[in-house]
Design a binder for this molecule. Sequence first.
Ligand SMILES: *[C@@H]1O[C@H](CO)[C@@H](O)[C@H](O)[C@H]1NC(C)=O
Ligand SMILES: *[C@@H]1O[C@H](CO)[C@@H](O)[C@H](O)[C@H]1NC(C)=O
Length: 316
Amino acid sequence: MKVTLSVAALAAVASAAPKPGMSNLKKIRQAAPQITDADILNYALTLEHLEDKFYREGLGNYTEGEFASFGFDATFYGNLKEISSDETTHVKFLTAALTAAGATPVKECTYAFGVTDPKMFVATSSILEGVGVSAYLGAAAEIVSAEYLTAAGSILTVESRHSSYIRSSLGESPFPSPFDVPLSLNEVYTLAAPFIVSCPSDNPTLPVKAFPKVVSPPTNDPITPGKTITLLTPDSIVKPADGSSQIYAAFITVTGPVFAPATATDGGFTVTVPTAPEGGAPIAGQTYAVLTGCNTTVTDETVAAGPAVFEVGPAK
Ligand SMILES: *[C@@H]1O[C@H](CO)[C@@H](O)[C@H](O)[C@H]1NC(C)=O
Ligand SMILES: *[C@@H]1O[C@H](CO)[C@@H](O)[C@H](O)[C@H]1NC(C)=O
């Protein structure tokens, strides 16, 4: 069967009603109710704007020679420009699809990336690409229209190639796990929000919110299962919604969260990175952990803070 991804074809299904019933993935990862495909496309566009601006700004900040002085050669620089161009194309595609569907596409915001040199730029790029993969993967189960799902999938696979390439360039495994991690819209927005300074006031409001931030401070030792790490909670005292006193770190995987008790410490919590249960997706590569009072499930109602994002894997 031939699948043609035209903006017009996408527009025809834009106003479809939310899908009834629950997919298997939703049973594992309960997501926002009653979200429309236009909301999801605008959510994707919000992330694409952030990535697009990130690459354009970084390539404006640093010359090919400056990248080279940090060990990133001419081939890498050329591929960065290609990635930047892909993100611009994604922005144009989603903007056109939303416009054709009669929805208002979100516009670019102003951002603070806090990047100070080419090395930090590439490290941030790696995180953003990984979050992009998890965002599209998590949103997939919410998309009603098959056309939109294919379009989103065709972007997801490219984000995943960007991620592998950047990881490999940083000396990390390009494919550290047989499974990628789906994140909910609010989990992704929590990771994106610290970069967003302000948005145009006429941008449509999306049904997403940021949880309080959780930060995994840089470590010299590689993080592996069995290691104890610190998760900082700079924004707030974390209180679970259900009033329980024990806090857990829930490590998100496609086969379900893996829980580990978190111990309060100055400015946050310590937690020992768990090993995934037999048959479950491993905790490896770019990893996400939320803080919660519940140790049986992770939903937007039970997340107290996070996710934190950090790399789990062997020494580089
Ligand atoms: C570009 O440079 C400015 C000024 O140093 C910095 O604030 C910003 O985070 C940098 N952005 C990127 C993407 O490199
Ligand atoms: C979950 O919490 C209960 C107590 O509420 C405890 O008995 C159980 O061992 C915990 N399970 C995990 C995986 O931490």
